[in-house]
Write a protein that binds this ligand. Structure first.
Ligand SMILES: Nc1ncnc2c1ncn2[C@@H]1O[C@H](COP(=O)(O)OP(=O)(O)OP(=O)(O)O)[C@@H](O)[C@H]1O
Ligand SMILES: [Mg+2]
Length: 406
């Protein structure tokens, strides 16, 4: 049995006990506390800010002892916490510690700042990752970055490899979008941002899961979530993979709704009307009868994408990913076996193409370079939906991204 004194030293880890200390002593104790397995953030030197997410800032930094080691530090947002460590960040860390794969971002460690009077005795915590030179949203927003068909194949193949791995480990990503897909200068793709990820399980004995459906960035959100499904699974990520795959050619997100009903309308314009004939069981989803759904829309995925995508295998795979009924949507394994990846030109290495671009490209840094209300659209894809040219500025055509008056 554990002697009494060691139990008391676990609760009150200093002689006399934490609770018996006066305020000055407590502050000194907190300042000097040495967190085991959690180094000080000052071991890294911040170089520049590369991301501003919903959950905090991301910085590029270098290891002071080994300046060749470059990392990304994601600050854990503690503002809303009255006490303790945010449960959402704990979930992200737990999932990242489980996932170790070439196509998943590598979490190196968690670091913290010292608690001092200056920060009111509240440490800041950082998730420290291997640094990746680009994110896909940044690359796609730069017209000078040109992907060949073989390179596009390699990107999507790696994306699906990552999804196959996480789904095999019973993890849903739930925030697939181009900004959450990182690419190293060597052309290795890493799924990132597990801030909304969760474990999933197949329900047994007729029970149903009740996961939140307030996940996935609107433009990449699949129809089942928009209709209020709470018993969803891996197909939610495959829908996002389809949107990202199409974006490799259109260069901007293919369905940019402002509201949930608008997003559903855009989905119906592309994938056809949502009906119990094409999607058996859809009528039992919570919002099916509460939202007015477009009727009589034909499925036009291949027709709409053909002018951009051109390659028939690519169009066919997109058609299998952007399927309304999640049960009929292609899974990562089947997608990886698609002829798209097994026909000429075969998937090819990206490092040569990326070597021509020495500057890092991130959604955040590219955005700050293109400030203003209008967003430059590199292809006329948006015009399909918006059909409204708004301005021509310095030879570039801008399209309004606002749907409200259409
Ligand atoms: N390991 C990394 N290497 C390079 N850049 C990274 C890395 N991790 C994150 N970033 C950059 O920081 C951005 C924000 O990171 P992340 O998506 O993890 O944070 P977030 O707060 O959850 O973002 P959001 O809520 O906007 O999705 C990414 O889009 C990417 O550009
Ligand atoms: Mg993100």
């Amino acid at each position: 049995m554990m002697p009494n004194s060691s139990i008391s030293s676990m609760i009150n880890p200093v002689p006399g006990g934490f609770y018996k200390m006066n305020t000055k002593e407590k502050e000194k104790y907190i300042e000097e506390f040495d967190f085991p397995f959690c180094d000080e953030a000052s071991k890294y030197e911040k170089i520049t800010k590369i991301g501003q997410g919903t959950f905090g800032e991301v910085f590029k930094a270098k290891d002071r002892k080994n300046p060749a080691k470059i990392v990304a530090m994601k600050k854990v947002l503690m503002d809303n916490e009255k006490e303790g460590f945010p449960i959402t960040a704990l979930r992200e860390i737990k999932i990242l510690q489980l996932l170790k794969h070439e196509n998943v971002v590598n979490l190196i460690e968690i670091c913290r700042t010292r608690a001092t009077l200056d920060n009111k005795y509240r440490s800041t915590f950082y998730l420290v990752f291997d640094f990746c030179e680009h994110d896909l949203a940044g690359l796609l927003s730069n017209v000078n970055v040109k992907f060949s068909l073989g390179e596009i194949k390699r990107v999507i193949q790696q994306l699906l490899n990552g999804l196959y791995y996480i789904h095999s480990n019973k993890i849903l990503h739930r925030d697939m979008k181009a900004a959450n897909v990182l690419i190293t200068k060597n052309g290795i793709l890493k799924l990132a941002d597990f801030g909304l990820a969760r474990a999933f399980s197949q329900c047994k004995n007729g029970q149903v899961n009740r996961y939140t459906n307030r996940v996935v960035t609107l433009w990449y959100r699949p129809p089942e979530l928009l209709l209020g499904d709470r018993n969803y699974g891996p197909p939610v990520d495959l829908w996002g993979a389809g949107c990202i795959m199409a974006e490799m050619w259109t260069r901007s997100p293919i369905m940019q709704g402002n509201t949930e009903p608008q997003q559903l309308a855009l989905i119906s314009q592309l994938c056809g009307s949502i009906t119990p004939e094409t999607w058996p069981g859809v009528e039992s989803l919570e919002l099916y009868n509460k939202i007015e759904l477009a009727r009589g829309q034909k499925r036009k995925v291949k027709d709409r994408l053909k002018p951009y995508v051109k390659n028939p295998y690519a169009c066919d795979l997109l058609d299998k990913l952007l399927v309304l009924d999640p049960q009929k949507r292609c899974d990562a394994d089947a997608a990886l076996n698609h002829d798209f990846f097994w026909s000429e030109p075969m998937p090819c290495d990206l490092s040569k193409m990326l070597a021509q671009h020495t500057q890092s490209m991130f959604e955040f840094t590219m955005q700050s370079r293109r400030q203003g209300v209008l967003r430059q659209v590199n292809t006329p894809w948006i015009a399909y939906f918006f059909n409204r040219k708004t301005a021509v500025h310095e030879g570039l055509t801008f399209y309004r991204l606002d749907l409200r008056s259409d």
